[in-house]
Design a protein around this ligand. Structure first.
Ligand SMILES: NC(=O)c1ccc[n+]([C@@H]2O[C@H](COP(=O)([O-])OP(=O)(O)OC[C@H]3O[C@@H](n4cnc5c(N)ncnc54)[C@H](OP(=O)(O)O)[C@@H]3O)[C@@H](O)[C@H]2O)c1
Length: 280
């Protein structure tokens, strides 16, 4: 039997619909939810991600502005974050990926204030996530979790996360633990990866390699969440080889149309939530 296709696009549409009245209420209170995006890179992917946010936000009445650090330096990005932190007209702040390697991400993450860190990238937000204090989780990790929740209850399940980045794998592991999953995190040094992956009730794949997970790595009946976004010959593909996995898994999130649309939507939800908290 073919795996259930987890429709992230449809879920995102429903969740965005619920935001409309919240944004309207904020506007009647004189507050415009506003996301400030710092763009350290002008490459095609960064601009595409940025424009996707502007497009989705515009339909909901959320404003998105971009800030290009000039000169492109860690100090300039940190200064921008500080100035946006003190601006009461700004609800949320994020730094768009990809971020050039010469930027000191530790300094950038340290500068992000928890109340406006709508993509959960800051050191303080990650600490809150670890200790169970309120903070916005990274939108991609939260989106991957939301997709899995479309297919099953998380509590008690064995979740295997392939990838341990601060953006996806690690925060996702924390979110899963908070939902009472038993969590295994795999990475590039993991031995017997296929064997571990086959033990998963829910398999999350965030590696950044097209077709990395194949059908022989999947437990029959597992839920598979593909976080990967890779461009191959001008086409967006995930980290999961859907062709071999969809006859083994019970449910599979597609790429495109899975985690991606939910990531944008959850980011915008966080912006609205931050604006609501600021209004009080
Ligand atoms: N849909 C969205 O909105 C969204 C948002 C963000 C990212 N993504 C996508 O998600 C994917 C992962 O992103 P990321 O930022 O987490 O990437 P990343 O920072 O490059 O991390 C990749 C992870 O994969 C692990 N890995 C690499 N090769 C491996 C192997 N052979 N076996 C097992 N693990 C391996 C790495 O292990 P080590 O730690 O040992 O190096 C690392 O932990 C990418 O395709 C990215 O484009 C999608």
């Amino acid at each position: 039997m073919k795996a259930q296709r987890l429709d992230g696009k449809g879920l995102a549409r429903d969740r965005r619909q619920q935001l409309v009245s919240r944004v309207e209420r904020l506007r009647t209170q004189g507050s415009i939810p506003r996301l400030s995006v710092i763009l350290p890179s002008q490459d095609e992917a960064a601009l595409a991600y940025y424009h996707a946010k502007v497009h989705a936000a515009g339909k909901l009445g959320i404003e998105v502005n971009s800030f290009v650090p000039d000169p492109l330096s860690t100090a300039c990005i940190v200064d921008l974050i500080r100035s946006l932190s003190g601006d009461t007209g700004v609800s949320g702040i994020m730094v768009e990926s990809p971020i050039p390697t010469r930027i000191d991400m530790k300094a950038v993450r340290t500068a992000l204030p928890v109340a406006k860190d709508v993509d959960g990238a800051g050191i303080e937000s990650l600490g809150h996530l670890l200790s169970g204090k309120p903070a916005f989780p990274p939108a991609t990790a939260a989106a991957a979790l939301a997709l899995a929740e479309m297919a099953c209850d998380i509590a008690g399940k064995h979740a295997v996360v392939i990838g341990r980045s601060l953006v996806v794998g690690r925060p996702l592991a924390l979110l899963l633990l908070a939902r009472d999953a038993t969590v295994t995190v795999c990475h590039s040094k993991t031995r017997d990866l296929a064997e571990i992956a086959r033990m998963a009730d829910i398999l999350f794949v965030a590696v950044g390699r097209p077709g990395f997970v194949t059908g022989d790595m999947v437990n029959p009946g597992a839920v598979v969440i593909d976080v990967g976004t890779n461009w191959v010959d001008g086409k967006l593909v995930g980290d999961v080889d859907a062709g071999t996995v969809e006859s083994i898994a019970r449910a599979l999130s597609p790429v495109p149309g899975g985690v991606g649309p939910m990531t944008t939507t959850l980011l915008l939800e966080h912006v609205v939530q931050a604006a609501e908290a600021a209004v009080g």
